[in-house]
Ligand binder design. Structure first.
Ligand code: NAG
Ligand code: NAG
Ligand code: NAG
Length: 382
């Protein structure tokens, strides 16, 4: 369910878009990666069977398309985004695409946003108030879910209910509860000061630690989603609020720990971050790109302090490894993006063996989208 929510984060952004056509040729990795994904027909709002599907990968990619459109003025990024969004929203016959108002179909997007927002009110919660990751994952909070649900929750609140203080308090609670329940305890085995993938409030999942109910490993992409949500959500939250202060503090605590957890030679991050160098573990491209994006954006906007410059240096080194190892040029002029793990779930046993058993996929949208976002940040440094 929460996976559906993030789409509206992007739909809402459409309300203000007005574009101009230009004939810019791909002149950056951000554009090359996006152009290649568009050329392959990725992120159309349809699943492989041709049916409309709301999925957070699309939302992540559309965030990059939106920025590319703003940066380049090239209408094709806007068109691709709009086409996929129309596919989703017109899926419900009560929201016909002919429903036009002065700007972009404003009422249609608002109606859809309201529908997604209402789902949050129905989402079950743990005894502490954290949204369950999904109905089938009873009492479980996963880091990935924060990106799927709570960035939208904040954007919606800013746009339509900015004086709803209980919503702001609730948003703070979502970020804080997952942090407190998954943060590694100082001195624990494989301590990085980072966050385990998830926790079970009732401590009954097969992977739940007896003391706190957390899963056993730090998985890079789950943490990538959480880091991206921290840097993306701040722009929606009133800067004078407790919610803002809490998120800023979490970000400030975690950022140097990412710097310290990067592999000292390659500069990128391991799939299972708690088991660096262990046989079967590898450098994973989606999580690494998410960290680069989050660190560079966080420093650029002043959310993360980097007085000695080591956080930016770390992110740049990682980025350069990515372009030399995970980008592969094809004969048709597009690029492939390599080494993204397909999935990571706490539906199984949550062990190291599980995470490394999952396939790596070429051109997985979750990875390409993160690379587009990381490239946009890297290219802003120049
Ligand atoms: C479309 O959404 C509206 C609520 O916005 C709902 O009342 C209606 O049942 C939905 N129709 C279909 C076909 O799902
Ligand atoms: C304010 O937010 C809370 C928490 O999400 C929600 O229960 C409530 O309905 C919202 N108030 C209004 C007026 O929408
Ligand atoms: C956990 O699951 C993986 C496959 O997903 C399997 O290879 C491994 O043996 C399992 N470990 C335990 C302790 O059950």
């Amino acid at each position: 369910m929460l996976a559906r929510l993030f789409q509206l984060y992007l739909l809402a952004q459409l309300l203000d878009i007005r574009g101009q056509v230009s004939a810019a040729r791909p002149a950056s990795y951000a554009q090359w990666a996006a152009d290649s994904a568009i050329a392959r027909g990725q992120s159309t709002g349809l699943d492989s069977g041709g049916n409309p599907k709301v999925i957070y990968d699309d939302g992540e990619f559309q965030l990059g398309l939106h920025q590319l459109f703003e940066k380049t003025g090239n209408q094709k990024y806007y068109n691709h985004l709009l086409k996929a969004s129309n596919t989703i929203v017109s899926a419900n016959g009560s929201l016909p695409s002919s429903y036009k108002y002065e700007r972009t179909n404003q009422v249609k997007w608002k109606t859809a946003a309201d529908m997604f927002r209402r789902q949050l009110d129905l989402q079950p919660r743990t005894g502490q108030g954290q949204f369950w990751h999904k109905q089938v994952y009873v009492n479980q909070g996963w880091l990935d879910g924060i990106y799927m649900g709570d960035v939208f929750y904040a954007q919606y609140t800013k746009a339509f209910q900015s004086s709803n203080s209980s919503a702001w308090v609730d948003i703070e609670k979502q970020f804080k509860l997952i942090y407190d329940n998954t943060l590694q305890t100082a001195g624990s085995e494989h301590y990085l000061g980072l966050l385990y993938h998830g926790y079970d409030y009732s401590h009954t999942a097969v992977w739940a630690s007896p003391d706190r109910g957390h899963s056993p490993e730090v998985w890079d992409r789950a943490l990538g989603w959480y880091m991206m949500s921290l840097v993306d959500v701040l722009e929606f939250i009133p800067a004078s609020s407790e919610t803002y202060a809490t998120i800023l503090k979490i970000l400030g605590t975690l950022a140097p720990r990412f710097r310290d957890a990067a592999d000292s030679e390659s500069g990128v991050w391991w799939l299972v971050m708690t088991q660096p160098g262990r046989s079967g573990n590898y450098f994973e491209s989606s999580g690494s790109a998410m960290f680069v994006y989050s660190l560079l954006k966080g420093v650029r906007l002043g959310y993360i302090k980097d007085s000695d410059g080591t956080i930016v240096t770390t992110a740049m080194k990682a980025y350069e490894y990515m372009t030399s190892h995970w980008v592969s040029e094809k004969s048709d002029g597009t690029m492939d993006w390599l080494n993204t793990v397909e999935v990571g779930s706490l539906s199984g046993n949550g062990t190291f063996e599980y995470y490394i058993s999952v396939n790596k996929k070429v051109n997985d949208l979750k990875g390409i989208a993160a690379f587009v976002l990381a490239s946009l940040e890297y290219e802003l440094l120049k």
